[in-house]
Design a binder for this molecule. Structure first.
Ligand code: K7E
Ligand code: CUA
Length: 661
């Protein structure tokens, strides 16, 4: 028994399984023997047991030092509440962007101005929310293509939406949806980013409040919210936004139509059984099986332009401050129409030309491809097969589809390339399947992935002009792929080359920060970022120059009774002033400008034991307000190694105890 497994057994954990033990212990899989003497590629290949295919994969992904990635992948950070930026094809992590969770390196949530975004505008309920369950980032679009300006991100757990400005990758806004208590069909944008779409998931009384589960059918509701995006301001305009009331089915993913389907939004649903769980009644099935009885659920087809018009005409009523188009109006005016979709669907994805909508059913082996022209035609002609119990018209399933493609067990999500191909992730089979959405009779090609793929993403693969070349399979499980580090495994992102006639697996990347769901891959040259805030004194959470932000020569400490205002500047390698002395109980406000204008000259700032940590990028202004309630001597120092005299970049924050002389 290896020492490690003896110790694991000794501390009461199960001794590691044979497979895991072998893995860390040099069973040859890491194959490093002899490589240090290898002088040629052939010798390295022999020493490390690499095939020609391996070398090709390495050559397609490797970036020599100093070379940049062609693409950036923006991925949700799952339960971490962050957004991640990854270079493609190197699969190097470039940045975590703090969104719904505090992040000390970025000084987000540790006393500075980011607190207003994180703990101010994004709050709801009585508990302080300090995380998010992020699923779907949505890059802003112009004419159905990414424009590189903004990215939106949802928090499924608390029904919130964030706006991140891609000039500096800073979270500028968090909007909590007061109508609903969870979302999932979020975030998706209309092709001109007129709206950021947020579909609800688990129904509840609209606007919050209580209703017993026995009133589920009558009092529980869902909604899809259209958040109006003001591009000039870079903010969601809540007053110009609206929602549509939906039946209490559990809505799932969404996608916005484009080109041939522009003006429409598609939203999946499950639990059309309206089953609310056991309600504590013995013998009742769990929600899982109660919600999976029907053979078909409803694809929600939403005419958002008409909804917008009706809301402008005053047909909405206000709930919790949001204009909501009532369900009966949405049904009568055919803003909302249903199309049956095979049992418990998951992904709904519009093809690049907008002519078709691909729905993947978790419990179905097919992708169903709906034809937009058929759906539109039937709605216009008023030809329906029936109504649901809430009065919404239901179209006839066979009359709406282009066809179905058998892809395997558990298809989830579909993205597209530049050659008319669709790529569907197949969860139970653990494959990525390529098929033609133009010629449905073409054979389906499958490539195994490791393991249990959720979303997949392709280069600009959900826009009107996909880039082809790469797909990334976002796998849920990664056992046996990486060195074992305990029972919580990373996710496994697998880069797949789709440029040739056969798909090829290029690279495994562990993703050890939450369970990302969706990601988007964008050409890196679409980004236009700032390197420094100029002139100095910018609040990075508003993007605005702050009047009165301290500049060189204006540093001072102002006292006014119990209030102390410190105006401080920061430059290599000192704080001015570097000594702050206050009395216990004083209300202290630090106004700090990093007056550096040189690229990459970031300083940190902490007051020990006060839970304050700031990141001061060049030109950034920060403001911290707190009560000096702990007397004592507290070093303030720079937390970012910035110069040869970085350790000297320090000072003292002194809090004189009450009653001291
Ligand atoms: Cu399939 Cu939230 Cu889009 Cu997870 S979701 S994978
Ligand atoms: Cu400034 Cu270290």
């Amino acid at each position: 028994m290896r020492a490690a497994s003896r110790r694991a057994a000794a501390i009461g954990l199960a001794a590691c399984a044979a497979s895991a033990c072998g893995q860390n212990g040099g069973n040859g899989r890491n194959g490093g023997n002899g490589v240090e003497d290898a002088a040629t590629v052939q010798e390295v290949m022999a020493a490390r047991g690499l095939s020609e295919e391996d070398l090709l994969a390495a050559a397609k992904t490797y970036l020599p030092s100093g070379k940049l990635d062609e693409y950036v992948m923006l991925t949700s950070g799952g339960q971490s509440g962050h957004l991640l930026v990854i270079g493609v094809p190197s699969m190097r992590i470039i940045k975590y962007v703090a969104v719904f969770s505090p992040e000390p390196w970025q000084g987000y949530g540790y006393g500075g101005l980011g607190d207003e975004v994180l703990y101010g505008q994004g709050q709801r309920g009585k508990k302080r929310l300090a995380w998010g369950d992020t699923h779907h980032p949505a890059l802003s679009e112009t004419g159905g293509d990414y424009d590189g300006e903004f990215v939106f991100l949802n928090d499924k757990a608390n029904a919130r939406i964030a706006v991140i400005d891609l000039r500096d990758f800073v979270t500028r806004q968090i909007v909590a949806n007061p109508l609903i208590v969870s979302n999932h069909g979020a975030t998706f944008v209309t092709p001109g980013t007129e709206y950021v779409v947020e579909g609800g998931q688990y129904p509840a009384p609209l606007g919050g409040g209580y209703a017993p589960l026995s009133a589920y059918e009558d009092e529980y509701r869902s909604a899809v919210t259209f958040w109006k995006f003001d591009r000039a301001k870079g903010r969601i305009d809540e007053d110009a936004s609206f929602a549509i009331e939906l039946p209490p089915y559990m809505q799932d993913l969404a996608d916005a139509g484009k080109l041939a389907s522009d003006g429409w939004v598609f939203l999946n649903s499950f639990n059309t059984e309206l089953y609310p769980g056991t309600r504590g009644i013995e013998g009742q099935p769990p929600l899982e099986s109660g919600a999976s009885q029907n053979d078909m659920d409803y694809l929600h087809v939403i005419d958002w332009r008409k909804a917008e018009r009706l809301v402008q005409e005053g047909r909405a009523r206000e709930i919790a401050g949001i204009r909501v188009l009532p369900l009966e109006v949405a049904a009568r005016e055919r803003v909302l129409t249903f199309v049956p979709e095979p049992k418990s669907p998951h992904g709904v994805d519009v093809t690049p030309d907008g002519t078709a909508i691909v729905v993947s059913g978790k419990l179905d082996t097919h992708c169903t491809i709906y034809e937009m022209s058929k759906i539109k035609d039937l709605i216009e002609r008023g030809q329906f097969a029936g109504k649901d119990r809430y009065g919404v018209d239901v179209l006839d399933f066979p009359s709406t589809i282009r066809g179905q493609v058998q892809v395997g067990l558990g298809p989830l999500h579909t993205v597209f390339d530049d050659k008319g191909n669709a790529y569907t992730s197949v969860f139970l089979d653990s494959t990525v399947n390529r098929w033609s959405y133009e010629r449905l009779d073409q054979p389906v090609e499958a490539i195994p992935v490791h393991y249990n793929v959720g979303h997949i993403t392709a280069v600009e693969g959900d826009t009107v002009s996909p880039g082809g070349r790469f797909v990334v399979a976002m796998n849920k499980l990664s056992q046996d792929r990486f060195v074992e580090v305990g029972p919580l495994y990373p996710q496994n992102f697998q880069l797949i080359d789709i440029s040739g006639p056969k798909m090829r697996l290029l690279y495994d990347m562990p993703l050890p920060l939450g369970e990302p769901h969706y990601a988007q891959i964008m050409r890196a040259d679409r980004l236009e970022t700032v390197q420094v805030y100029s002139p100095p004194g910018v609040n990075s959470y508003t993007g605005e120059l702050v009047p009165g932000a301290p500049t060189a020569g204006e540093e001072r400490i102002e006292r006014n009774g119990r209030k102390v205002d410190v105006y401080m500047t920061v430059i290599r390698s000192h704080y001015t002033p570097d000594t702050i002395e206050v009395n216990e109980g004083d209300e202290v406000t630090l106004h700090i400008t990093n007056i550096e204008q040189a690229t990459d000259q970031t300083h940190g700032f902490t007051v020990d034991m006060y839970n304050i940590n700031l990141s001061l990028e060049p030109g950034k202004y920060e403001e911290v307000r707190f009560i000096a309630d702990t007397p004592g001597v507290f070093p303030m120092y720079c937390t970012e190694f910035c110069s040869a005299l970085h350790l000297e970049m320090a000072g003292y924050f002194l809090v004189k105890p009450k009653g001291a002389r």
